[in-house]
Design a protein around this ligand. Sequence first.
Ligand code: C2E
Ligand code: CA
Ligand code: CA
Length: 700
Amino acid sequence: MLIWLIVLSVSGLICTAALAYTCRRLHHAAASAQWLAADAVERRFNVLEAVADGIYIVDDALTITHVNEEAERLLRSTSATLVGKRLDEVCDPLGSELVPDIAIARRTGDVFERTCVFPAADRSVEVRIKPAASETLIHLRDVTARTRASTRLEESEQRLQLVTQNVNAVLWTTGRDARFSAVTGGALAELGLCGTDLLDEPCDRLLSRTFLDDAFAGKPVRVEALLGERWLRHHVEPIVDAHYGDVSGAVGVSIDITELKRAEQRAWETANRDRLTGLPNRLSLEESLANVLDDQGGEDGRFAVLFIDLDRFKAINDTLGHDVGDEALKITANRIAEAVRDDDIVGRPGGDEFIVVLPRIAGVADVDVVAQRIIRMVRRPVTVGGRELLLGASIGVALYPEHGRTTRALVSHADAAMYRAKRRGGNVHLHFDDSMEAEITERLTIENGLRLALERGELCVHYQPIVDAGSARVLGCEALVRWQHPTRGLIPPDVFLPVAEETGLIVDIDRWVMEQAVQATCAIRALLPDFQVAVNVSPRALCEAGFGEDVVAAARRHGLPLDALTVEITEKVVVEPGVVPILNRLVAAGVRIAIDDFGVGYSSLAYLVDLPIGVIKLDRSFLRDVAIDPRSRSLVRSIVALAKGLDLEVVAEGVETDEQLRFVHDAGCLTAQGFFFSKPLPLPEFARFLNESALIPVAS
Ligand code: C2E
Ligand code: CA
Ligand code: CA
């Protein structure tokens, strides 16, 4: 029994032990399963935590079971708060708003993707919802930085596109075959090109192949070239292979600079061209002349500079206005240009002056031919506004090398020669010689002195009697201006008056002489009531606006009856446009008009009929020869007869001898003037002469 008991106990013990073992085993198995499960969770947890993206998991009932660290940040909450909550209780962003998306994912079994943008927070999150059997994994990736970068890229691409489409340029690349591999840019349409059409086409359609050759040789190219009528500036660079350093093609920008070129051209024209005639201006002429000097200025070189000044242009401008003057200048400019060869240079330095440079001449005769042709062309009547105008040309010639070896010397010597030509009466050309330079210097001295002469009271008026040729009775006088120069003494009018005429100072001088003469005559008339006065008026003064009115006003102011006044004008004046109404107004006021120096100037006598002339003053050159030359005598007789027929009074000028007086008187000339009676005298002496005039013998 004991043994049984022992056996039993032992077996019991064994059983107990076995049971315990089994239990322990069972327990162990459960523990290890638990451990394994926990391990998996932990690993999954670790994996989830290790992932840089945000992840949270919801179970079937949408209860949050897991939230990793990044998801905490994106959901702006903590795992402790979130786990165990139902997703629809979790506030947005990225919480309850995803519930409908999760439903879709679960229903379709597909991954659902979308990007949530939170503009206020400037944040973008990519959401991927991955449904599984019992749980759903929500994967959140913060793509804010990436989105921003791509937005920026997109924007800059858009901007670039905007620029390339609108910039007045073509942007292009070519391969080594010089065919376009890419072409874009806003200038294409303007150039009549299309980007897609140009692809694989040779570059010649836009720029010359030679520019690319330079780029292929590794050199950047900057070049301006015409494409049809448009100007392009090409900037070309080689495309260098980063690995091998080879040039694989070229990249370029071709900018349309047509407008820029036009503006440049306009600016150049403003600086170099005369606006009225389109001819080279002074600046441009100087440059061209310097170039000619460089080219032709050698030992054997010969060229000519012609300085042209228009005769009578000022009068046209002053009386008919600048519009007429401008038109006349344009026509004349064309004629001068027509008169020379294409490679000769014609320019307008200013006013009514032109310069012609003949860069290649065989001899002096060539120059004379051209100068004469210019004069002929300029003399042809010009019709402006239905009116026929007569111009002339005075030309001075300077030859290289004999008349100057610098541009300045040549121009100034041609100018000096022109000045002499002008004084010869115009419509001639003269070559420079040394005496002309002295003349120019003298002229400048006179001009400067004359400006001050009036102010300083250096001018005075002398009076020369005009007498009855039969009785020698003094009828009146002619007022003649004198310049008493402080150092040079008395300067005769024919020295300073041409300068005064040219500079316009004559207008003031004539006005002043008129005033003096009117005043003196009034004083004389107190004693000799019929006493007359004749005053010379230059063409320039006569055409000056208001001059005629001033004459009348001066006479009235001093109380001189207008029929006691004669205005002496030269034959030159009568062809000035606009002069007829001026003369008519004077005559209407009672003033007499005399033609001075009759017979030397203008060849037509028609004006004697057309103009309101009362007196002709026979030029003294006729009287010089009457003693010896029968033809002069018959000429004087004819003129006097003609004048009588036209009811004109004739004054014989320059009567120096008794014989001359007798002759003119016999010829029918009733009035005379000359040294035979008296030289022009200062007023006090003239008054004395009048007192004594009864002593003068009467011609018989
Ligand atoms: P002109 O109008 O023909 O004046 C007459 C000129 O002949 C005067 O010269 C006078 O001195 C000169 N003369 C008079 N009788 C004789 C003579 O018998 N023999 C010689 N050989 N000469 C004689 P002048 O004073 O030297 O004047 C020269 C010219 O200057 C004038 O010629 C006139 O055209 C101009 N002139 C003079 N004063 C004025 C003026 O105040 N205004 C204008 N615009 N011109 C004037
Ligand atoms: Ca006179
Ligand atoms: Ca005269």
